[in-house]
Design a protein around this ligand. Structure first.
Ligand SMILES: *[C@@H]1O[C@H](CO)[C@@H](O)[C@H](O)[C@H]1NC(C)=O
Ligand SMILES: *[C@@H]1O[C@H](CO)[C@@H](O)[C@H](O)[C@H]1NC(C)=O
Ligand SMILES: *[C@@H]1O[C@H](CO)[C@@H](O)[C@H](O)[C@H]1NC(C)=O
Ligand SMILES: *[C@@H]1O[C@H](CO)[C@@H](O)[C@H](O)[C@H]1NC(C)=O
Length: 391
């Protein structure tokens, strides 16, 4: 209780008046135990399990996900009780995603109303928690909004953990901590009031202050640099970070192609004149189609600094385009950071960017992409710990 200020208690009672008395909907799962939040610990070992944290945008693809890999699924833009029960039967968490308008952050009353609404949503739907995806800019000198965001996460975190320690609260942060895209967040505050931060190690070209050319969406050097900034500059335990990788790339029209260098149109973003907004995001399934049908290079080129694949193709009118993306080879190099740096796991935006058709090419892509993920599933960990001989 010490976490709550008098003001917060007042607000909770105030907001509570509107929500009290409504019965919780019945458990949607055939087995009532699947309506319990998943335990924090990887049973039976006492090691908190690592994460394969996935964002799901499709109501229907989830049956084809690799449930030996998934540890948490974020349902984005939908709620499916069937998925919730299934995830729980596999020992995986199912969580909501949430955001708040920036202008609401400075009002304690609006914050508390939001927190109570989110908690009710999680409880009513038997979810395991929530991922907060706030990506607006907060300027360096805007302490009021920045502190409002931290206060929001504090209230949400304390409110949920008070109800059940197993609830999971996470927050999405940009690839590096220092005001990327104008997002000057209170990193240490956000880390304190979450189980972990999901580092979005993509869209790394959202602000290009140097030569205006197409380059990697998730370069290995930039990704590592960003992670190290969180760990060294903000003294975060690596285990507070989950590395988020893209299952998508960028498709750029080249204004000029010089060798393999694709000069792109200058499209400004948040005070920088050149950005990846000159291109468009393109999912893994479409990238595969471009490679199959639109380029004579059947094997992509490889940028050895970014450790990323890319290729150029010419449209029927002769104009050049370049596609920068990730494949199992480039992703594996990034997944390896978990062991190298001691991170809490990996995740991707997003699980549905693959070809989910029941065709040989679809099955091949799913097998390769899901197959490249590390395996931290609870059942794997159970098996691992069973391997430890009794002393
Ligand atoms: C933000 O605040 C406005 C009132 O200013 C309110 O109507 C709205 O529901 C709030 N939004 C959220 C997501 O809390
Ligand atoms: C990564 O490499 C590119 C290309 O050499 C360079 O422009 C960029 O500054 C590097 N990033 C970091 C964070 O070192
Ligand atoms: C961005 O473009 C504007 C207009 O062309 C120019 O005045 C400004 O100096 C540029 N800024 C940078 C940082 O290059
Ligand atoms: C890519 O190839 C397909 C199949 O040949 C064709 O229909 C499509 O127009 C091509 N797209 C581009 C952008 O060239």
């Amino acid at each position: 209780m010490s976490h709550y200020s008098i003001m917060n208690i007042f607000l909770m009672v105030f907001v509570g008046c509107f929500t009290m008395g409504e019965a919780r909907p019945p458990c949607p799962c055939s087995d009532p135990k699947f309506c319990q939040p998943i335990n924090n610990l990887g049973s039976p070992s006492d090691v908190p399990r690592r994460e394969v944290f996935i964002f799901s945008l499709s109501k229907t693809n989830w049956k084809l996900y690799d449930w030996d890999k998934v540890t948490t699924v974020v349902m984005v833009g939908y709620y499916n009780p069937e998925l919730l029960c299934y995830a729980h039967s596999k020992g995986a968490r199912a969580v909501a995603i949430a955001n708040i308008p920036k202008s609401n952050l400075t009002s304690p009353v609006l914050r508390e109303a939001w927190i109570q609404k989110e908690i009710k949503y999680i409880q009513d739907n038997y979810l395991d928690g929530v991922n907060v995806d706030f990506e607006d800019a907060i300027e360096k000198d805007d302490d009021k909004t920045r502190d409002g965001l931290t206060a929001l996460m504090k209230g949400l975190y304390n409110g949920l953990k008070h109800l059940n320690q197993n609830y999971q609260v996470t927050f999405d942060v940009p690839w590096a901590p220092y005001c990327i895209d104008g997002r000057c967040f209170d990193i240490n505050g956000l880390a304190t009031y979450t189980d972990f931060l999901f580092v979005m190690s993509y869209d790394e070209r959202s602000q290009i202050p140097y030569e205006c050319i197409a380059w990697a969406n998730s370069a290995i050097n930039t990704t590592k640099f960003g992670l190290m900034q969180y760990i060294q500059k903000y003294s975060l335990e690596p285990s507070r970070l989950v590395l988020g990788v893209p299952w998508y790339g960028y498709h750029y029209p080249c204004e000029k192609l010089v060798g393999n260098k694709c000069y792109i149109k200058k499209v400004p973003f948040r005070d920088v004149n050149c950005s990846d907004a000159a291109g468009r995001e393109i999912n893994q399934d479409t990238i595969r189609d471009f490679l199959l049908y639109n380029t004579t290079t059947k094997t992509p080129l490889w940028d050895d600094i970014a450790k990323s694949p890319y290729f150029t193709y010419h449209a029927t009118d002769g104009s050049p385009y370049q596609i920068w993306y990730d494949n199992p080879r480039s992703l594996t190099l990034k997944y390896d950071f978990v062991d190298q740096l001691g991170l809490h796991g990996v995740g991707m935006w997003n699980a549905d960017a693959l070809d989910y058709s029941l065709t040989p090419v679809g099955e091949k892509q799913r097998k390769e992409m899901w197959g490249a993920l590390p395996n931290y599933s609870p059942r794997k960990q159970e098996n691992d710990s069973n391997d430890i001989p009794d002393i």
